[in-house]
Design a protein around this ligand. Structure first.
Ligand code: 26Q
Length: 828
């Protein structure tokens, strides 16, 4: 029996084949001899999953036996991307599976395409959480992610009548082979109801309250294994789904209540139905708060249950064994919920409970946008979570006492720092609650952390300077280089003479000595061309637009938001178009001959109720329609909007890019992470002085980056004076706007044009437009010199090691979580 328990599944090619065919037949009950890519994808996935599961359960067993400190990452969003390739490379079984499938008549690359992206997130924050999970597992940290298993993820974007249309994304339609349902992991979560006073606690002497009545919802866990790359350690991502609590005892209802009970069941199901598709915006919707609380409560109950399983664990020691990271304020209701569990369920006193809570939690801020800072109307909190409101009052009371003690007679400061905003209705500021309840607060890039300390939370920074730390974001280079770009990865390995850079990205620096070597350059350019052709094929399939792979591929892909300034890009494109036509009219063949053919590629989703962003998509499509169908333009300019941007599309687009745009108004993009991915894939960046762009520039060198526009300080100045110092508009911008208003691009886009008039232009498009166009000219001039261009690409790529999420996770481990790696080795 022991021997049986110590043996892992066989992984030779024949065994893999057998397992795939068996899963087709017995797990899926489909015909094994019928050619069916869908079934073979599913079966392959389950076969890989089997091989993850053994490591997964053994890792968890091992970590429990060692009683290691665990990190829990709480995020309302994860953008996992496809799993099949990732899991196979983690297990080092990619080649064997490819061989096994080849003989069965399938290409691994084709089966990969069968997997649907779980779109359980809306943008950068969710993708960052997924990169973190990968790095945590690879670096052998004991960590679990917790999230929500939305039934409908990020909506599917289609373009209908040259505009965005949203469709539900029912990603579970064919089932999701990577998850394991845990019917045995269920918790009750209560909402609404009333408080009842219940005398005094005999031990602590504190007044006791009971939270009674209300509705109970069941949370049930689904687990997804998170493998590390070339290590046995396999972590867990637990996602909650909601179920009606009457499923507990439906059988015992008598006839009259039976129907009512079913009705209640129907009401509870939708709680985890749909992901809010916002990004950098926080609508104060009751359902969203219910989702947050539901998920947080289940998670904390689960964490406490696991901790209490060991009889020697005392709650006072909890921070030595548990670190909880809040991804934004979305799970910040965890602070009062944890206090409630410690006070009301575990019967601790306030001081002990507060000490434990503060030392367990830490908070990452991802945004400085005022409209994205979460606030909840106090009456809503009172109705939904009456007990939590009283706890928030008490936290605030203790906290403001501290403020008053340190700054006596500074009422202004007390009002500014309070968790509760004295407006009508009163509001609860979740960021204040998070800062007060956590021992660390971090920003995600140097400028961003600077802004947190100087303009967003200066009072808190003054009170607790040591609480604030910067941890610049990073990305998982295994997914974003090795998996997404095998062509370039092969060139790198060939020229370094080793694959070790995959484990230690610092090794890439050696490429810098070789970057002008013509043979390396040829290999590099070939890889880039291969990726561009793949992208061109995709564009033809998806958009019906034929583009020339020799042209410069200029890419701007991310959520559509005013501060990200896709509008500035498309206005620049319109300018280029008008300029080509006027050069033609002048008969200026020399200038025309100097022009660099460009394909300008956009992709990204606009929140369904964000009409300005949807207008920007319309304008892009309108300009594309005009430019692409103007025979005079030919290959000089093409404009493409690829619908339904997601992680797997990013894996295709990023490697095929020559220059990518990260052009947010300075001071608005907390970090950005795609800038890192593009740079790692040999694209040059056209960027504003914002977020991580600045640190990337520091690492790769000024000469390798096309930077333009106002910096944070200048933007701040400009915004202060916007209403009384109206600058002259750049002549080129005025020209473009006039042409748009004249109907040159179909509709006249009055609202967009109006938003750019001096005085209205909060995102400084007008101010930066000139320097943006000039930066674009520099891009053109260097692109015309391929060796110079390629040297820059290689040099930048070679300088990117700091932006691996491995570096980032090590910093969290050291500066915030106080955890060290624990590597699990299998028996035998
Ligand atoms: C809040 C309340 C209700 C509904 C939705 C939301 C909500 C959801 C998502 C608010 C914000 C978000 C997403 C924010 C986000 O993606 N921020 C990005 O985080 C990245 C990782 O740190 C940064 O690189 C980006 O700069 C930042 O914009």
């Amino acid at each position: 029996l022991w021997k049986l328990m110590c043996t892992y599944l066989p992984c030779d090619v024949l065994s893999l084949q057998k397992s795939i065919v068996q899963h087709v037949e017995y797990t899926l009950a489909r015909r094994r001899y019928k050619k069916d890519k869908g079934s073979f994808y599913q079966a392959t996935a389950v076969s890989v999953r089997d091989r993850l599961i053994e490591r997964w359960t053994d890792t968890q067993q091992y970590l429990s036996s060692k009683d290691t400190k665990r990190v829990y990452y709480l995020s309302l969003e994860y953008l996992l991307g496809r799993n099949l390739q990732n899991a196979m490379s983690c297990l080092a079984l990619r080649n064997r599976y490819a061989a096994a499938l080849e003989e069965l008549g399938y290409k691994l690359e084709e089966l990969t395409e069968e997997e649907r992206d779980p779109g359980l997130g809306s943008g950068g924050l969710g993708r960052l959480a997924s990169c973190f999970l990968d790095s945590l597992a690879t670096l052998n940290y004991a960590a679990w992610g917790y999230g929500i298993r939305y039934k409908y993820g990020m909506f599917e974007q289609r373009l209908i009548g040259r505009a965005q249309a949203e469709f539900p994304d029912f990603w579970l339609k064919e089932g999701y082979p990577w998850e394991v349902e845990r019917p045995d992991v269920q918790y009750l979560v209560k909402m609404y109801g009333q408080l009842e006073e219940d005398g005094k606690d005999p031990v602590t002497g504190r007044p006791r309250v009971n939270w009674v009545g209300g509705e109970d919802v069941i949370a049930e866990g689904f687990d997804i294994p998170v493998p590390g790359f070339h290590t046995w350690n396999t972590n867990n991502l637990r996602l909650w789904t909601s179920k009606a609590s009457c499923e507990f005892n439906l059988g015992s209802f008598n006839d009259g209540q039976y129907y009512a009970a079913i009705g209640e069941k129907e009401r509870s199901e939708p709680l985890t139905s749909v992901l809010y598709p916002c990004d950098n915006n926080a609508p104060g919707k009751e359902l969203r708060l219910r989702q947050q609380y539901f998920y947080v409560s289940a998670t904390l109950q689960d964490i406490l249950r696991r901790y209490k399983k060991r009889p020697e664990h005392s709650l006072l020691d909890l921070p030595r064994k548990v670190a909880i990271q809040l991804n934004e304020t979305h799970p910040a209701i965890a602070i009062p919920e944890f206090m409630r569990l410690l006070l009301d369920e575990e019967c601790l006193g306030w001081k002990e409970a507060w000490h434990i809570t503060q030392n367990t939690f830490a908070y990452t801020n991802h945004t400085v946008m005022p409209e994205a800072l979460e606030v909840w109307p106090l009456p809503l909190m009172e109705q939904l979570l009456p007990r939590h409101l009283t706890i928030i009052y008490e936290i605030n009371h203790h906290f403001l006492g501290e403020v008053r003690a340190r700054w006596p007679a500074d009422q202004g400061r007390v009002a500014r720092m309070s968790i509760i905003e004295e407006s009508e209705p009163k509001l609860i500021k979740m960021a204040h609650l998070a800062i007060i309840g956590c021992h660390r607060v971090n920003g995600v890039a140097q400028v961003h952390t600077g802004l947190l300390c100087s303009s967003l939370f200066p009072d808190f920074y003054e009170m607790w300077p040591q609480k604030f730390v910067n941890i610049t974001n990073g990305v998982n280079h295994r997914r974003w280089m090795l998996q997404a770009n095998p062509a370039m990865s092969a060139v790198i390995s060939k020229w370094l003479g080793t694959h070790d850079w995959i484990h230690d990205l610092g090794l890439l620096a050696r490429l810098k000595d070789l970057s002008s070597n013509p043979e390396l350059q040829r290999d590099w350019q070939e890889a880039k061309m291969y990726n561009k052709r793949k992208l061109a094929d995709f564009i033809k399939r998806e958009c019906g637009i034929v583009v020339n792979a020799a042209a410069m591929f200029d890419v701007h892909v991310k959520r559509i938001h005013e501060y990200k300034r896709q509008l500035m890009n498309i206005l620049g494109v319109a300018y280029r178009y008008l300029r080509i036509l006027s050069l033609q009219q002048e008969g200026n063949t020399e200038a025309l001959g100097q022009m660099v053919p460009r394909v300008v590629i956009f992709a990204g989703k606009a929140a369904p109720n964000y009409f300005v962003a949807k207008d920007v998509i319309k304008l892009v499509l309108a300009v594309a329609g005009r430019v692409n169908n103007d025979a005079r333009i030919g290959d000089l300019l093409k404009v493409v909007f690829i619908p339904n941007y997601n992680v797997s599309m990013a894996e295709l687009i990023i490697p095929g890019t020559d220059v990518s745009q990260h052009i947010s108004t300075a001071g608005f993009e907390a970090s950005g992470t795609s800038n890192m991915k593009f740079c790692m894939n040999g694209s040059l960046l056209l960027g504003s002085r914002d977020g991580a762009n600045l640190e990337i520039e520091q690492s790769i060198g000024k000469d390798n980056m096309f930077m333009f526009g106002a910096n944070t300080k200048e933007v701040d100045q400009l915004r202060r004076t916007i209403n009384f110092r109206k600058p002259q508009m750049d002549g080129r911008l005025r020209w473009v706007l006039e042409e748009i208003l004249s109907g040159r691009f179909g509709a006249t886009f009055h609202d967009l044009v109006n938003s750019l008039q001096p005085g209205n232009d909060g995102y400084m498009v007008g101010h930066d437009f000139g320097s943006y166009l000039e930066a674009n000219e520099v891009v053109d001039s260097i692109f015309k010199n391929p060796p110079a261009w390629t040297t820059k690409c290689i040099d930048s790529c070679a300088s990117m090691s700091r932006f691996s999420s491995d570096r980032c996770i090590r910093e969290y481990a050291e500066k915030i979580w106080q955890v060290v790696p624990h590597q699990f080795k299998p028996p035998g």
